[in-house]
Write a protein that binds this ligand. Structure first.
Ligand SMILES: [Zn+2]
Length: 264
């Protein structure tokens, strides 16, 4: 029998995120150690002070074979959303990836934001609105890195929402491929409440799933996901954990949803 989920909102987030923060230097140190111990390679693509933006890469276990799927996962583009980098760390430590997939994992795209516990970087720019008319060094370096990579079959961007009532996600799937959304929600539901609001962030939602009808060309301020769907992948999801819930619940929700997507 399924246990009743007793996890509840903390009620701390008034006007923004007021929950636990993380030491991003320590988390990224642990991320690198976990990645290295499981055979991932790491590529540094931007540095500011001692804070690094880096991409981890894991080849399929069956050497020399064409990968079954190429999957891109990113986290930490908003510095007040600590569950993303922690979920990246947990996934690396669990090390249970599909053996025939090729994976890229970017554990933190906005390290200066985490130092300040702010959504924006230390120049007060929301990096997740900077992917069309690029102004920030972080996004410029990230796009330059993306341009060197092959196309992906799937992208997953890990986020948190300080005012949501539960986990939810956005789907981009312009070619109507088999959706992974319901499966991710069902799996996340085992560990975290789902936001069942009919409207989330001004968009219609059903059972925690938002399928926004966006023409990227009509939007001036691209988030990472619109860059990815325009240039790198034809299917992807932005996962939103509810940051007014306990941190371990949010990390578990992101981890379980990612694993559900990777299982296909
Ligand atoms: Zn976010």
């Amino acid at each position: 029998m399924r246990e009743i989920l007793r996890v509840q909102k903390l009620g701390k987030n008034h006007g923004g995120y007021h929950g636990e923060t993380i030491d991003i230097r320590a988390v990224l140190h642990d991320v690198k150690a976990a990645a290295q111990s499981h055979g991932w390679t790491s590529e540094l693509f931007y540095k500011t002070g001692d804070l690094e933006l880096f991409a981890l890469h894991r080849r399929p276990e069956i050497g020399g074979q064409k990968p079954e799927a190429r999957i891109y996962i990113s986290a930490g583009i908003h510095g007040d959303e600590p569950a993303g980098p922690l979920a990246a760390l947990q996934l690396l430590r669990e090390n249970s990836w599909p053996p025939d997939a090729e994976l890229w994992l970017l554990p933190c795209l906005n390290p200066t934001g985490f130092i300040l516990n702010s959504r924006e970087n230390d120049g007060r720019k929301d990096l997740n609105r900077d992917y069309r008319h690029v102004e920030t060094a972080e996004v410029r370096a990230h796009i330059a890195w993306l341009e060197r990579q092959p196309k992906f079959n799937l992208y997953l961007c890990l986020h948190e929402d300080w005012e949501s009532h539960g986990f939810y996600l956005y789907e981009q799937n312009p070619d109507n491929r088999p959706s992974l959304a319901e499966k991710m929600i069902e799996t996340a539901r085992q560990v975290c409440p789902i936001d069942l609001s009919e409207n989330i962030e001004g968009r219609p939602a059903h059972g925690g799933i938002i399928r926004p009808n966006i023409n990227p060309q009509e939007r001036p301020d691209w988030p990472e996901a619109l860059y990815l769907i325009s240039h790198k992948a034809r299917q992807g999801y932005t996962l939103e954990a509810p940051s007014d819930f306990p941190l371990n619940t949010r990390v578990d929700a992101l981890v379980e949803a990612v694993k559900a997507a990777l299982a296909g």
